[in-house]
Design a protein around this ligand. Structure first.
Ligand SMILES: O=C(O)c1ccccc1N[C@@H]1O[C@H](COP(=O)(O)O)[C@@H](O)[C@H]1O
Length: 212
């Protein structure tokens, strides 16, 4: 079965177009000021207008307040909200208030971390397994870190799910074969420097995903 792919942290028209042209199912925009991928509302409105209807627009947030969510949804016409470090109760409230599809990021380093996914079963629509970043890191994601994919072996996923964390064109086929991920998500692995997406890397990632 074909694997869906999300290209995350897009901030320029040429790289957004590369993601769409290459067959991405989802594109992601980061609304978190400390991130090198952070987009303004004006910039994201222009980018979102280039996205065809069959490609879903995902906003990435870190425990956001309602004002940020409302402004981002309005500017980017978001289809889905990817929430990092957001408690299940707050996640459920955001889902009820916005009516958007919710992706809950679960930070993984050990098998015990996977238990957190179950806490989102009633609150979210999808779990995104991502590598746990160091406690003192500025970002909860987007650092190109991988986790041990074998931790997912035999795990009963409580929801539809996606795999992220340190993926790139060279390892995404192995990641799909080892985990059976129905959707893969990449940010740093298609960049030439933090926050600088590369058209050729986006194309290579999407080709590798389609061929897996
Ligand atoms: O990309 C960011 O800057 C970011 C900021 C805050 C939360 C999440 C972020 N990125 C997400 O992290 C994963 C993995 O990224 P990578 O491929 O390892 O660089 C991905 O889902 C991004 O959406």
């Amino acid at each position: 079965m074909a694997t869906d792919a999300k290209i995350c942290g897009l901030s320029t028209p040429d790289t957004l177009d590369a993601a769409v042209r290459g067959g991405a199912s989802h594109v992601g925009f980061v609304f978190f000021a400390p991130s090198p991928r952070h987009v303004s509302f004006d910039a994201v409105a222009a980018l979102a207008a280039r996205v065809p209807p069959h490609v879903r627009k995902v906003g990435v947030f870190v425990d956001p307040d309602d004002n940020l969510l409302d402004a981002a949804i309005a500017a980017a016409k978001l289809d889905a909200l990817q929430l990092h470090r957001t408690a299940p109760e707050r996640t459920a409230a955001i889902r009820g208030r916005t009516g958007r599809e919710i992706w809950s990021a679960v930070a993984v380093k050990t098998r015990a971390d996977l238990d957190a996914a179950r806490r989102y079963a009633q609150a979210a629509d999808r779990v995104l397994y991502d590598a746990r970043t160091p406690d003192d890191a500025a970002l909860p994601g987007g650092m190109g870190l991988r986790f041990d994919w074998t931790l997912l072996e035999g795990f009963r996923h409580p929801l539809p799910w996606a795999l992220s964390g340190g993926l790139d064109a060279a390892n995404v086929a192995e990641a799909i074969h080892r985990t059976g991920a129905p959707l893969v998500d990449v940010s740093s692995g298609v960049e030439s420097a933090p926050g600088i997406k590369a058209v050729d890397k986006i194309a290579a990632f999407l080709q590798a995903t389609a061929a897996a």
